[in-house]
Design a protein around this ligand. Structure first.
Ligand code: XIL
Length: 311
């Protein structure tokens, strides 16, 4: 039956999915979440622009709705995300002195992680800090504070919610190259200076037929000894979608699910959406389509069987 129950039976923590205000009242979505998935990430509601649009002015309405939906149904909650250059309000990007930015980061984390203290299984503490070439992204955080912004964020998160697992999260960690190397090197530096970090999230926004190195790279993440999670899985198809590509997508979902099972430290998988109807892929990658396990009409695709057969 449910993907979550089967992955748990293999000793892992969850098979999860996302929820937000655009889907929380859509019964077709929530019924599937209820029966198939055991963890919830808020697609947008916990991001900085949604939670602190002006300095010191916090809005938790949407985030509460997602958090309450999950916790009242016994689902794990993944917090996403505390420090990220995107969906970041302009008032933060304009800060140019170290003390102010440090206080702003600490206060944001205290308020956000404090509100959900004890309810969050894991926080994506920092998201997408590297460029694909392995250089740090030129965000306001890196420009003003250098690499130390990452230590500041992890330390603040640990102090406010000591029970939450603390993750670094990024995309394009699914093939060999400078980005995964830089991520692994950063993790070692953080640990060597005693900064608390528990896990590495591989977003896994993938393209059908393009997964040759996926498991090998997940193994490398697991060799750190930290927890590993696949945090935002989707596998998009170049238009036009046809039956061959859908069959390949089925094999690809099987491959990713097996990869997690083959990495002992892989605690869980989160798919970035239920129905193709609501996927971010439509607007972000207009020449791609159909990345998820349920189609535009909430019918199961063969991709579902790919995930299921691996379990
Ligand atoms: C995406 C959401 O799915 C969209 O609704 C939003 O418009 C943009 O952000 N990496 C992340 C996620 O960490 O937060 C992003 O989510 C997808 C890429």
């Amino acid at each position: 039956a449910a993907l979550d129950a089967k992955l748990k039976a293999k000793g892992r923590a969850y098979y999860g999915n996302i929820l937000d205000t655009n889907t929380v009242n859509t019964a077709q979505v929530t019924n599937i979440l209820n029966s198939e998935f055991g963890a919830i990430t808020a697609e947008n509601a916990m991001k900085w622009d949604a939670t602190e649009p002006n300095r010191g002015q916090f809005n938790f309405g949407n985030a509460d709705q997602v958090a309450n939906w999950a916790t009242s149904r016994g689902k794990l909650l993944r917090g996403h995300t505390l420090v990220w250059h995107s969906q970041l309000p302009g008032w933060v990007s304009g800060i140019n002195d170290r003390n102010t930015l440090t206080q702003v980061i600490q206060n944001h984390i205290n308020q956000l992680a404090g509100r959900y203290k004890g309810k969050v299984y894991a926080w994506d503490v920092v998201n997408e800090v590297f460029e694909d070439n392995g250089q740090f992204r030129n965000s306001v955080f890196y420009r003003v504070l250098g690499e130390e912004f990452i230590d500041i964020a992890f330390r603040a998160a640990r102090a406010v919610d000591p029970a939450a697992k603390l993750y670094i999260n990024d995309y394009n960690l699914d093939y060999a190259g400078p980005k995964i190397n830089a991520t692994l090197a950063l993790v070692e530096r953080l640990r060597s200076r005693g900064t608390p970090i528990d896990g590495i999230g591989s977003q896994a926004h993938l393209i059908v037929g393009n997964l040759a190195g996926f498991e090998e790279q997940l193994v490398r993440l697991g060799q750190t000894g930290l927890d590993v999670a696949i945090t935002e899985l989707d596998i998009r198809i170049a238009k036009p979608v046809d039956s061959n590509k859908l069959a390949q997508q089925q094999r690809d979902y099987e491959l990713v699910t097996r990869a997690c099972l083959n990495v002992p430290k892989c605690v869980g998988i989160t798919i970035w959406g239920v129905s193709d109807r609501n996927s971010w892929v439509d607007s972000t990658f207009p020449s791609y389509d159909s990345p998820l396990l349920w189609d535009d009409n909430y019918n199961r695709k063969s991709a579902y069987n790919g995930a299921d057969v691996a379990l």
